[in-house]
Design a protein around this ligand. Structure first.
Ligand code: ADP
Ligand code: MG
Length: 321
């Protein structure tokens, strides 16, 4: 199978590649064309997943298809953007129809769930890696950035933390667990659900936001730095799933929530006046701390003591943990 046949069979023919709102021209030309409405801005983000670094190799291509897109679309959720389109740059060591068929099926499922159209890409031979660029639209001036947090704001997250990090030893084959524990944890890891609805609901309300990919403490550090504020996280307010606590114990679950990555849950800062209406609308918001004057991220125990750990999350290129 040649490059063009591969593109045609597995990607151009996929249901998610048949266009959608905002897509003026999809796969097949030198560029795709997106329609941008007056009064809106285009939100753009790129993510690369490298075999052996971001996912185990070999792994299930269907699950990889889901996860690779979910991780990229999560950045649109974090900006409060509405998904429009994505491109896929695929580097493959060998071409097998079975692998491509399963990968494209997983990709398509997540694309349809997120309402995002495949509009182009690139296909090359080499060590397995996937690069997704996602495009979304957001009303001008209403994107959720990292830089607007104000002292006094609440620190909130959009769901339970640590489940995907808890799944990692299962993914890597370092541990096993009964399916009542393993299945839900693995589902968090392999098919995270980008919090698109929540991101849009936070437009004009949250003062800052991001999606948690590197661990809560590390990611809150990005908000603290960009907003020039301090952030206090209350350990006892962390939303932990019963399953995660059963699997890792209380302190292991806390560590996964604080420093594990891959949750793709939104973390955001919110003036307290905004909270009741959002809660009344049913958004799964957990208040886990607050924004202060100062700088950096501090973890507090129930007595208000500083118990900030050394290891705050994963960083590529960092030599000491
Ligand atoms: P060019 O040589 O002009 O860069 P290509 O020959 O690489 O274009 O690709 C032909 C068309 O197929 C383009 O529209 C491109 O965006 C699309 N395409 C290539 N690879 C993929 C892929 N993996 N998924 C989706 N579309 C792809
Ligand atoms: Mg060209």
């Amino acid at each position: 199978m040649g490059e063009f046949e591969l593109i045609r069979n597995f990607f151009a023919a996929a249901p998610c590649a048949q266009g959608g709102e905002g897509v003026a021209l999809g796969i097949g030309d030198d560029c795709a064309l997106l329609a941008v409405s007056p009064g809106e801005q285009l939100a753009i983000s790129t993510d690369t997943l490298v075999a052996g670094v971001h996912f185990a190799d070999p792994c299930d291509p269907f699950l990889l298809g889901q996860r690779s897109l979910a991780v990229a679309v999560s950045d649109l959720a974090a900006m409060g953007a509405t998904p429009v389109a994505f491109t896929l740059a695929l580097t493959l060591p060998t071409v097998t129809a079975d692998w491509l068929e399963a990968y494209a099926r997983g990709l398509n499922l997540m694309a349809q769930r997120c309402g995002v159209a495949l509009v182009g890409g690139d296909t090359t031979r080499g060590p397995l890696s996937l690069t997704m660029t996602v495009f979304g639209r957001v009303p001008s001036g209403l994107a959720l950035t990292r830089s607007g947090a104000q002292p006094g704001d609440l620190l909130c997250v959009g769901g339970e933390l640590g489940n995907a990090a808890g799944a990692l030893p299962l993914v890597l084959g370092q541990r096993t667990a009964e399916s009542a524990i393993a299945d839900p944890l693995l589902a968090h890891y392999w098919s995270p659900q980008p919090q698109l609805g929540l991101g849009m609901a936070l437009r004009g309300k949250a003062t800052s936001a991001l999606d948690i990919s590197d661990g809560l403490l590390a990611d809150c550090g990005h908000i603290a730095l960009a907003s020039e504020v301090g952030i206090q996280v209350e350990r006892d307010s962390l939303p932990l799933s019963k399953i995660l606590v059963a699997f890792l114990g209380q302190s292991g679950a806390e560590a996964a929530a604080l420093s594990g990555g891959d949750d793709y849950v939104l973390a955001f800062t919110l003036p307290s006046v905004e909270l009741p209406l959002l809660m009344a609308d049913g958004w799964p918001i957990h208040v886990i701390g607050r924004v202060t004057a100062g700088q950096g991220v501090t973890l507090l125990d129930a007595d208000g003591q500083d118990i900030t750990p050394q290891n705050r999350g994963y960083q590529h290129f960092r030599e000491t943990p």
